[in-house]
Design a protein around this ligand. Structure first.
Ligand code: IMP
Ligand code: MG
Length: 196
């Protein structure tokens, strides 16, 4: 079985092993590219003349953000932030802090770029910080969305794929640090999901 680090094996659509788990092919690089182009076309249409500011959330969204931004043909800016969650500061649980958000969002048309919306917790906690800066508009573009996993309400304005509540890997998504460089998206096998 191919493992991460094996040269040239990402393209052959075989199951792969990363750390202790086996993943099977789910979305090909070509399927993803088609969706990314579709999202970009919508944004090019919706934001013509508005010079939107994209905010890509690291680490997971870096590949999606780069591919999407290359397909944007209107005037647009992009910046990158990292979100850090801290436990135990407040009784309510996590507090999400943005690292690197230097931009002034006032009156800007802001589009958040996320790799995947899972429970929605990260964005649910982070979005109020952006709203506080009074952007003209604020929308979310996510390549993947797991509707069954959603616990915190987040409206996703541009979605690539609605996916089942399974752990995914590749195209920026990692399992314990590995797998972000796989061009397609893989799904944890049922066998390995059962022992989670
Ligand atoms: P949320 O706060 O539960 O919506 O989680 C969002 C973050 O969790 C994403 O931006 C990813 O970094 C990570 N994540 C959620 N689901 C997966 C997955 O299936 N594979 C890899 N990372 C995931
Ligand atoms: Mg992420």
């Amino acid at each position: 079985m191919p493992t991460t680090g094996s040269n040239g094996l990402w393209g052959n659509r075989a199951a792969i092993r990363v750390h202790d788990k086996v993943f099977e092919p789910y979305l090909t690089a070509a399927m993803i590219a088609g969706k990314v182009r579709g999202i970009a076309e919508q944004i090019n249409h919706d934001y013509a003349g508005k010079k939107p500011l994209f905010i890509a959330i690291l680490n997971g969204s870096f590949i999606f953000a780069a591919d999407l931004f290359k397909e944007i043909t209107i005037d647009a800016e992009i910046c990158f932030i990292k979100l850090a969650s801290y436990k135990g500061i407040r009784s309510t649980g996590h507090v999400v802090t943005a690292i690197g958000l230097d931009e002034d969002l006032f009156d800007r048309h802001v589009i958040i770029i996320e790799d995947i919306i899972d429970t929605g917790k990260t964005l649910h906690e982070f979005l109020p910080q952006l709203v506080h800066q009074q952007p003209a508009t604020l929308r979310i573009a996510a390549l993947l969305h797991k509707p069954e996993a959603m616990v915190y309400p987040v409206t996703v304005d541009y979605t690539g794929f609605s996916v089942p509540n399974k752990f995914l890997l590749g195209y920026g998504l990692d399992y314990d640090g590995l797998g972000r460089n796989i061009p397609g998206i893989y799904k944890l096998t049922e066998k390995d999901a059962a022992v989670e």
